[in-house]
Write a new protein. Sequence first.
Length: 338
Amino acid sequence: MAAANVRDVAALAGVSVGTVSNVLNQSKPVAPETAKRVHEAIDKLGFVRNDAARQLRVGQSRTVGIMVLDVSNPFFTDIARSVEDTLTQFNRSLILGNSGDLASRELAYLDLFEEQRVSGLLITPVGNVLSRLERLRDRGSPVVLVDRHDNARSFSSVSVDDQRGGYLAAAHLADTGRTNIAFVGGTSQLQQVAQRSGGAQDALRERGVAPLRVLELDSMRAEAGRIGAEQLLALPASSRPDAVFAANDLIALGVLRALTHAGVRVPDDIAIIGYDDIYFAANAAIPISSIRQPAWEMGRTATELLMAEIEAPGRGEYQHVVFQPELIVRDSTVRSAD
């Protein structure tokens, strides 16, 4: 049996195709009794609108795309949830893409978003994709960068001052007496990682503390933290760091697990501070100090910036919102004797 179409709904309800369209799209007022007949016809026929066809006709969908670095990181999950909640106010839906820190996957999702003709895109870029984003925008889909600022200022962006966040983390460790601090993070090609370690170096330089020992890893997940901690533990005891600044809380959790498994006392022997302040940091076996990023506010602000560009295309005014990070001190950096 062929699927019912909008003409079938109109015939059964005794209205025009245009009236059915107005009911479905809520584009023009329809008398309550008429709308009721349309909905009853839809239910009776089992009609499902062909949104893909509608998108082809109008040239754009009512769907927004978001691409995050790692959906397993609660920080990005919180941003995506905030975006989704905010989009409901604009009668829009969300398609989530997870690049997994892979440039190849990022490009594949950009192809998908372009094919779906998303009305806009929120993205934390992995590779150098600005030219692709410009093409997407030129085809009618505005782009806002999330957790990343645009040095060229050619896109609106929402970010956190990661240089300041790194400074706060290292300053806290140095001010509590740590003198041999290691930074365990992902690749420095990630803007966030480079800025966090750079800010930490600034804090140590100001305090006359030995430069940060940087340990680059190929991941920003807990397993990478475990591997990094094992590399530090393999050093002679006399040269091991007395503190670790992890590039994010997932890495910090991996470091904590490896250190405690090896019998290292945290924070007495080695202090740990993370970044993001995800739920699991506060609820670890030893609560982890962290640099808090306002994930929910970032997602809401980015969505509002994107919707402003969708609703007023071509205005050429890009906004750059930078939130300030906050130091959250917990047991992982404060010695029991303190």
